[in-house]
Design a protein around this ligand. Structure first.
Ligand SMILES: Nc1ncnc2c1ncn2[C@@H]1O[C@H](COP(=O)(O)OP(=O)(O)OP(=O)(O)O)[C@@H](O)[C@H]1O
Ligand SMILES: [Mg+2]
Length: 375
């Protein structure tokens, strides 16, 4: 069986140790310090937080995924659902939960994969939910914090900025959380600019309200040992330098390293050695599955914007207005590059970090370099 997992949260045996990060998280839980936990997409934020919580058996937690919540009522339902799941994990029977929270009219079902009970809430007074309602919704969480060490994880927290009532929601949340020093809140997010706006802008209610933690790549040496063990389990030998090439191609993005390793596994056999050719065919398999969606992205862009993308693929996005970059991309003017970068960032094709521009996926970059796009 292919031992590489990607696209899902990993904990336990699937979690490559990140002792420093987990220790930091444990320290913050112990001191009830609210934290903002930022990092690039697929870098391992959610996994690290859940792994840290798994290691603290006596700490209760609930995870609210803010992603895709298009209405305030949807967000409130998600908070209740998560709180009910926590009650169930804590040992309260399904019957008792349905009774105790009857006013929420919860529907219970069993997750087919984990076998754990899950709950769905359908608020009857959806139209009467106001940002101020959040104060009441968070009340039982505050009570829980008085009884036990309790962590609330708001995943993809920046998504709340999409809500119509965003300003009032953020202000009310901040106010209610401030009154709950017993509860530890973790705010996770990946869209740099939006998270920065929420936590680094002095005009925002959450300004400086949480300790900042960054989730970057796993150290290559540690990750290599972990990955090597997995290949060894299936009797695949690795030619020297192969893992370095995988890290380079996946630009050290944790989930993408795992995806490429998974395809390398599919492209190799027991007793055989993985070499450059195996990597090439693994990468090809990824490019083939992504070819259609990648081509659609290109079709929506102007030739100038595609040239800028090609330039970044070739020489990187650290200095996109340098002479070297202009030569590599074939764009004449730095101002044209700047305009293209604006659109490409707005569309989510590029993201801007402290070290320049990056592609939303490292395999979009490798696809660009191997495709014969003419501009
Ligand atoms: N510690 C780890 N050990 C091994 N693989 C990991 C680890 N952390 C993350 N991964 C890999 O990265 C993938 C993404 O992890 P996770 O969902 O935790 O990241 P994330 O930063 O929360 O991503 P997103 O931006 O999509 O929310 C996992 O499916 C797994 O392949
Ligand atoms: Mg996540």
């Amino acid at each position: 069986m292919n031992p590489f997992t990607y696209g899902v949260v990993v904990t336990g045996e699937h979690f490559c140790p990140r002792p420093a990060l987990v220790k930091t998280l444990h320290g913050n839980i112990a001191s009830r310090q609210n934290c903002v936990i930022r990092g690039g997409r697929r870098m391992g934020k959610t996994s690290a937080v859940l792994e840290a919580l798994r290691g603290r058996k006596k700490t209760g937690h609930m995870l609210v995924n803010c992603w895709g919540k298009t209405s305030l009522a949807g967000f409130v339902e998600a908070i209740y659902e998560s709180f009910l799941s926590y009650q169930s994990r804590k040992g309260l029977s399904m019957e008792k939960i349905l009774q105790a929270f009857a006013h929420l009219r919860p529907k219970a079902s069993v997750d087919p994969q984990s076998g754990a009970p899950t709950f769905s809430i359908d608020l009857s007074d959806r139209n009467h939910i106001r940002p101020r309602s959040l104060e009441k919704v968070l009340e039982p969480i505050g009570e829980e914090g008085k009884k036990t060490t309790f962590v609330v994880v708001f995943d993809e927290f920046q998504s709340l900025m999409q809500l119509k009532e965003c300003e009032a929601v953020i202000a009310t949340l901040r106010g209610a959380i401030q009154l709950q020093p017993e509860v530890t809140y973790f705010y996770l997010g990946s869209m740099r600019n939006e998270m920065d706006e929420l936590f680094n802008n002095p005009n925002q209610p959450f300004f400086k309200s949480a300790a900042a933690i960054t989730v970057g790549p796993i150290r290559r040496k540690t990750f290599s040992d972990y990955l090597q063990d997995k290949f060894a389990m299936g009797r695949r030998k690795l030619k020297a330098g192969v893992l370095e090439e995988i890290f380079d191609l996946a630009q050290d993005v944790t989930g993408d390293v795992q995806q490429l390793c998974s395809e390398v596994w599919n492209s190799s056999h027991r007793g055989k050695t993985v070499d450059e050719n195996t990597i090439r065919s693994a990468l090809n398999r990824i490019h083939q599955t992504e070819n259609e969606s990648n081509s659609r992205i290109i079709d929506l862009l102007t030739p100038g914007q595609v040239r800028v993308l090609m330039g970044i693929a070739r020489v990187g996005g650290r200095h996109p207005t340098s002479i070297e970059f202009l030569n590599a991309s074939g764009v004449g003017q730095p101002s044209s590059v700047a305009k293209a970068l604006q659109r490409l960032t707005r569309e989510g094709i590029l993201t801007r970090g402290v070290d320049g521009y990056h592609f939303f996926s490292p395999f979009f970059r490798t696809w660009l370099l191997t495709s014969d796009i003419q501009v």
